[in-house]
Design a binder for this molecule. Structure first.
Ligand SMILES: [Zn+2]
Length: 311
């Protein structure tokens, strides 16, 4: 039996990888009080509060984004220091590194300030991950599957320590906020994922769609800046909240301090200035539009292309 078809015995549900994404942190506390909610036949399900110091500080991270620390390049770089680097090494020891992780599946719960819906992030192309995403797409009409599998073979995500993994990214919700609907949605998605794992183990998955729609990341676009490096335009109200909708060259993306509109066509014309790398022959989709967590790098949104995978 190939690795991807193995029975799943141990699942780890992670919250607080980003300290100001309070939904996962809240749910971990709820499940600590009510562990029966996570009980599933034949499964050991544990939880992990990934970055407690960042949670206490209500910050995404203390020194460095923890969810960028788990590639071999970062873990093997002895010159790197700081809270999250130390934490990453500690977590590798505790959970086991890539290929040796004691968990068969890691589910990492995140939120976004962008309209991501119930975004499930695919980091691997195999039968298990494709079936899980197709199952979830059928269960819920707000599921959007994005893929990072092509971009980053040795992934820097915490969840990528386990062979089977995914990120759940629910939004829009403000950072640090306990928002009923977001918490409820994240909780439902978690239970649906656990139902899937139970049925996967029982080989009781007969109604999986034969096609899976996936948005594949192609790059990130920077905000326009002035001569001092300060952001000099806002995301346009016409695309705010319009994640995963196709955009043509006339679509207005920024509104400048001079109240001028910047359209997709302008970004394509001055692609280096915006670090725009989306291929011209692919219909353009955006996600993480105006994501608050990306302001530290002055990223305005991500670009994606859409594709269909035959299962
Ligand atoms: Zn996050």
């Amino acid at each position: 039996m190939s690795d991807s078809l193995k029975v799943i015995k141990k699942v780890l549900i992670v919250g607080g990888t980003h300290g100001n994404e309070s939904t996962g942190v809240y749910l971990l506390r709820k499940w600590q009080q009510r562990p029966e909610l996570l009980e599933r036949d034949g499964l050991q399900i544990d939880t992990l509060l990934a970055n407690p110091k960042a949670v206490t500080a209500n910050q995404r991270y203390i020194d460095k984004d923890l969810n960028r620390c788990f590639s071999s390049a970062v873990l093997n770089d002895k010159s790197l220091q700081g809270e999250e680097i130390n934490l990453a090494h500690k977590l590798v020891k505790q959970l086991g590194g890539k290929g040796q992780c004691q968990y068969d599946l890691i589910i990492d719960l995140h939120t976004s300030t962008a309209s991501m819906g119930a975004n499930l992030v695919l980091t691997r192309h195999d039968k298990f991950h494709h079936t899980m995403m197709a199952y979830m797409s059928k269960q819920r009409d707000d599921v959007v599957v994005t893929s990072e599998a092509e971009m980053i073979p040795d992934h820097h995500f915490l969840c990528a320590l386990a062979d089977k993994n995914l990120i759940v990214e629910i939004g829009p919700v403000a950072q640090g906020l306990l928002h009923h609907e977001t918490i409820e949605k994240t909780e439902q998605v978690t239970y649906q994922l656990l139902d899937f794992v139970e049925r996967w183990n029982q080989q009781n998955l007969t109604d999986i769609p034969s096609k899976l729609t996936v948005y594949e990341y192609t790059g990130k676009v920077c905000f326009p800046t002035d001569e001092n490096g300060n952001i000099s335009a806002t995301i346009s109200k016409t695309i705010q909240g319009k994640d995963f909708q196709s955009l043509d060259d006339e679509a207005i993306v920024f509104n400048t301090m001079e109240d001028k509109d910047i359209v997709i066509g302008d970004i394509k014309k001055y692609r280096e200035k915006f670090s725009y790398v989306h291929p011209d022959n692919e219909t353009l989709f955006l996600s993480f539009i105006n994501e608050a967590a990306y302001y530290d790098n002055q990223f305005a949104f991500c670009t994606l292309k859409k594709k269909t995978i035959d299962l």
